[in-house]
Ligand binder design. Structure first.
Ligand code: ATP
Length: 314
């Protein structure tokens, strides 16, 4: 059996004249947590809504677990769970009432309702709050309830749209752990513009900008490819900048003040060796030498601001 949970082919969406999603294609496989990144207005929510079956594409094909979403919407939608940007919870219901209602909406048989609700509560850490009114729960717990309704029917794919927005740092850690756990049993698509979130929980990352996919890679391969082309150095008796720039392999530098510099180098190994030996010879008093990798944030800014600047220039 194939492990392809989602196959998206050339997906488009127009809102009147706005071409919000411009022909995106990608796949999600079993066990993957895909971070879907993009600046505001890039087309993330529109894409999530189309994949979840709540918004019709203008063109393209969406296969969920091999089922065509447009041909067999009911069957395909049963394979997905969706947490929209604003959790669709009813504050006047208790957690148990709401999850039972969600399970019935998903056509779960009466005899299996209690098990489904208990299982979702257990997986989302809600066992102790079943009888509490949702409106009285903290935002983090309300978000857990939103995630519980998304997995109540044990779907193959869980789609979460900005699940940690508005949460405090402890709640964020808990929800991220929950997402990582979900990734072990389901495929997860996580839409966000919080870059550390992607680094913390995702196995794959995609960047969408102005409706187009501009980057797609696994975190592992991305981390390997990120070049170590910066060195942070600090000296007790710092040399003048011109002496550093004379050293072979240093292209340019940023003065970080108090004897610290960020050196932009061609090869971090040979340049590091040269700095150590020259500092010893010249008595500069080297006290710090740390390689610095290009970050996801730098990739994101490069890919999403260059197009904007091109457009602004046009
Ligand atoms: P954010 O991070 O701000 O939520 P996003 O990446 O989710 O942004 P979308 O909400 O998908 O982006 O919006 C993509 C584009 O489509 C934007 O230009 C937006 O203004 C437009 N758009 C979204 N929804 C509608 C709508 N219902 N009617 C008209 N235009 C819309």
């Amino acid at each position: 059996m194939s492990d392809t949970l989602i196959k998206i082919e050339n997906l488009h969406r127009y809102y009147a004249d706005t071409h919000a999603v411009k022909g995106i294609s990608f796949e999600l496989h079993q066990g993957q947590v895909l971070g879907f990144l993009g600046p505001n207005g890039a087309g993330k929510s529109t894409s999530m809504q189309m994949i979840s079956g709540v918004l019709a594409p203008s063109a393209g094909r969406i296969l969920i677990n091999g089922i065509d979403l447009l041909d067999n919407p009911r069957e395909a939608k049963n394979q997905t769970g969706y947490l929209p940007e604003k959790p669709p919870v009813y504050p006047e219901l208790t957690v148990d009432e709401y999850l039972t209602y969600s399970a019935r909406l998903r056509n779960i048989h009466k005899s299996k309702l209690t098990n489904a609700v208990d299982d979702a509560k257990q997986r989302c850490g809600l066992t102790q709050v079943g009888r509490r009114l949702i409106g009285n729960l903290s935002k983090g717990y309300q978000q857990r309830v939103g995630i519980a309704q998304a997995i109540i029917h044990n779907p193959a794919v869980v789609i979460l749209d900005e699940p940690t927005v508005g949460l405090d740092p402890i709640q964020i850690r808990e929800i991220r752990q929950l997402i990582a756990d979900l990734g072990k049993q389901h495929g997860v698509i996580l839409s966000t513009h919080i870059l550390p979130e992607v680094q913390a929980v995702c196995s794959h990352v995609q960047i969408i900008n102005q409706g187009q996919l501009v980057f797609s890679d696994s975190m592992e391969s991305m981390n390997q490819q990120l070049q170590c082309n910066q060195l942070i150095v600090a000296f007790i008796r710092p040399p003048e900048e011109k002496f550093l720039l004379e050293l072979k392999g240093i292209n340019h530098l940023d003065d970080l003040q108090n004897g610290r510099f960020r050196l932009h180098v061609e090869n971090d190994h040979s340049t590091a060796e040269l700095i150590v030996s020259t500092s010893a010879e010249q008595n500069w008093g080297l006290i710090e030498l740390t390689p610095e990798k290009q970050t996801l944030e730098q990739i994101f800014v490069e890919l999403t601001s260059s197009d904007l600047s091109k457009e602004n220039a046009a």
